[in-house]
Design a protein around this ligand. Structure first.
Ligand code: FES
Length: 104
């Protein structure tokens, strides 16, 4: 699967990932800046906030995710998701996410 990270300064980083890898984990493992993942993927910190413009095939936002998305550093929009809740293979095969300007 491929994850494309689009930064707020228009830089683009494209990463190949194994199935099961989350958008948050892949960023940390490959040195993609702008995603923090403070809680380690528990949907408890909101520092893995990303914007997904084409969310058609993604799973519904869970109650936990919904609550955390109210705590993002950058504005929540209808495209907002937690990167730790989106996993390659399970939820997408290729995905493009926009990385917010800041996470804290
Ligand atoms: Fe903490 Fe996603 S890593 S909410």
């Amino acid at each position: 699967a491929t994850i494309t990270y689009i930064h707020s300064d228009d830089r683009i980083q494209e990463i190949e990932v194994a199935d099961g890898t989350s958008v948050m984990r892949a960023a940390l493992e490959h040195g993609v800046d702008g995603i923090v993942g403070e809680c380690g993927g528990q949907a408890m910190c909101a520092t893995c906030h990303v914007y997904v413009d084409e969310a058609a095939s993604l799973p519904e936002i869970s109650d936990d995710e919904d609550e955390m998305l109210d705590c993002t550093a950058c504005e929540r929009t209808s495209a907002s998701r937690l990167g730790c809740q989106l996993r390659a293979g399970l939820h997408f095969s290729n995905i493009a996410v926009r990385v917010p300007e800041r996470q804290v």
